[in-house]
Design a protein around this ligand. Structure first.
Ligand code: AMP
Length: 284
């Protein structure tokens, strides 16, 4: 039986009870509007732990003033039904005032350059907001393992770093990107695409696959590779406005100067209309 909780002490006592019974807990934090990408993390949690707990919280602190906080899809009923079908033990759906009560004044911030590259160049303060909410949720739920998708690769890398730096007693697990049949990475934001935009959107992943093919065929100079991928995408889908396309080292997100020699990532962010989509592919 799936239970939903809105209060911190309720979800905490539920976890304490499960722990007393000797169960292990997997945790999947989400912002709702759930799709198979989220469910893949739930399934992984249930394979590796006795119980899975999911949180649904659209975290205002990770949205910039001109971003889509107010238009972010909200569909709690569907989400709860879907999670029930997948035997989630508990769903934590806190109110904003529960998470950020009056007087709230602490932020978790990675002091390296990691939060300022890739998406961070265009989303000031975003990763402070992400790390703050993730640490709070980990403190509230206290799971054995917490699951995050590689679609948000920079987020996953920063969370790994935070868990290690702050000695958080949790294992951080990354899940593979789940895609629609036409290759588009699943995202709650896909719901905001028009039919026309939705038809064009798979070009994003096609271009990443093209990049990977070039890499496999021996194009190991990052600027050459990026130039070819951008050119192709621009020709085939001029409606897609690239925000960035970059090659970075996988764990550190450091830039790759002349030659891709360690495991790397080809990552991009692009706009289709006012919908911002991100995607990436691992190289090497
Ligand atoms: P969100 O609700 O967008 O904050 O996402 C919650 C979690 O689901 C994050 O760890 C995401 O990286 C992960 N996620 C979102 N979309 C996908 C996807 N297409 N494949 C795998 N994981 C995903």
């Amino acid at each position: 039986m799936t239970s939903t909780y809105v209060e911190i002490n309720e979800i905490r006592s539920q976890v304490t009870k499960l722990r007393r019974e000797g169960s292990t807990i997997g945790f999947v934090p989400t912002m709702g509007a759930l799709h198979d990408g989220h469910i893949s993390l739930v399934k992984k949690a249930l394979e590796e732990c006795n119980h899975c707990i999911v949180s649904i919280f659209i975290n205002p602190k990770q949205f910039g003033p001109n971003e889509d906080f107010s238009s972010y899809p909200r569909m709690i009923r569907n989400d709860v039904d879907l999670l029930k079908k997948h035997s989630v033990q508990a769903i934590f759906i806190p109110n904003t005032s529960t998470i950020y009560p009056r007087g709230y004044s602490t932020t978790v911030s990675n002091q390296s350059n990691m939060p300022n590259v890739l998406c961070g160049q265009y989303r000031e303060g975003h990763f402070d907001g992400v790390l703050t909410i993730v640490l709070k949720l980990l403190n509230i739920v206290a799971p054995d393992k917490a699951y995050f998708g590689k679609k948000d690769y920079q987020q996953l890398a920063l969370i790994h770093r935070m868990a290690e730096d702050l000695n958080i007693p949790v294992e951080i697990i990354g899940g593979e990107i789940v895609r629609e049949t036409d290759g588009l990475a699943m995202s709650s934001r896909n719901l905001r695409l028009t039919d026309e935009q939705r038809k064009i959107a798979p070009k994003i992943y096609e271009s990443l696959q093209f990049g990977k093919r070039l890499f496999d065929e021996g194009v190991h100079n990052p600027s050459h590779l990026i130039e070819k991928v951008s050119k192709k995408l621009n020709q085939e889908a001029p409606e897609i406005q690239m925000q960035y396309i970059e090659i970075r080292e996988q764990a550190s997100l450091n830039p790759v100067a002349e030659k891709i020699s360690s495991p790397s990532l080809l990552a991009l962010a692009a706009f289709l209309g006012d919908v911002r989509l991100i995607d990436n592919i691992e190289l090497g």
